[in-house]
Write a protein that binds this ligand. Structure first.
Ligand code: ZN
Length: 265
């Protein structure tokens, strides 16, 4: 289980985690390091320290829907990395966090996997828009990461039919400036415009599909956000349970409706 939740970690990262876990165990007066210590240490190393920061009820609600949006999109789309934990406890610079865990160590990604990841990144933004009709600055980092992914798909990984399997923009390591990497434009103004268009289309298609997905599952989204507001941290099992319960309710409703139908006539 530990190996599964620490893919791509270096030896130094793992040593750091074990140290951190030992400190946590000592702090709770235990003479042994437990799995819970290790899990908390991993979260600390991955996401930063938990912050004691009281959020206003409105902000908490927005964060719950934002994280709920990420989690639900990840859960509903096929072939995505499973959710490990969703939390609205502020950590590092983030007000909330949705952690996914890869099933295996992926060294390459398919186009569909990347498109799904763009949708997951927009899950928070879309949820805020669908529920509150307005958006906050909370999605800034998501938007940045999604835009970067979309641009790489087009300019580095040859994943757009319009621009073909070419690399656009030569990278050059500038030794004098440390390890800064400078992008050199090696294409025309017209190509630049085309790249912008294609990247924008990838993003707009993803946000549109994500909006439809969350609107169709708005009851689940509300239930997930409520559960988050109640428990602060939820897992994949909680989300699965919510989806199952809502399915049962709808089935029951449908059954009682069909029973009542002749009477209502
Ligand atoms: Zn987000």
């Amino acid at each position: 289980r530990l190996a599964q939740i620490t893919p791509g970690f270096s030896g130094a990262d793992l040593a750091n985690i074990v140290n951190e876990a030992a400190l946590l165990a000592v702090r709770r007066d235990s003479d042994a390091v437990a799995m819970a210590d290790l899990e908390m240490a991993i979260e600390r190393v991955v996401a930063g320290l938990q912050r004691k920061m009281p959020l206003s009820p409105e902000v908490r609600r927005k964060v719950a829907y934002h994280e709920g949006g990420h989690a639900l999109v990840a859960q509903l789309l096929p072939g995505t990395d499973p959710i490990h934990k969703v939390t609205i406890i502020p950590r590092g610079r983030a007000l909330g966090l949705t952690m996914q865990l890869p099933i295996d160590e992926k060294y390459t990604h398919s186009k569909q996997y990347l498109l799904n990841n763009i949708s997951i990144l927009y899950g928070g933004w879309v949820a805020e828009k669908v529920i509150f009709g307005e958006i906050t600055t909370g999605a800034g980092n998501d938007i940045e990461r999604a835009s970067e992914l979309a641009r790489k798909m087009v300019c580095e990984w040859g994943m757009s039919d319009e621009l073909g399997p070419l690399a656009y923009g030569k990278k050059e390591e500038q030794i004098f400036l440390g390890r800064e990497i400078a992008q050199h434009r090696d294409y025309s103004e017209e190509t630049a415009r085309k790249i912008d268009e294609v990247v924008k289309k990838i993003i707009l298609d993803a946000t549109e599909a994500t909006t439809t997905l969350l609107e169709e599952n708005i009851e689940v989204l509300k239930a997930v956000a409520d559960e988050l507001l109640d428990k602060e941290t939820i897992t994949l099992e909680d989300i699965d349970r919510i989806i199952e319960e809502l399915k049962k309710d709808t089935a029951k409703e449908a059954a009682s409706e069909s029973k009542n139908a002749p009477v209502q006539e």
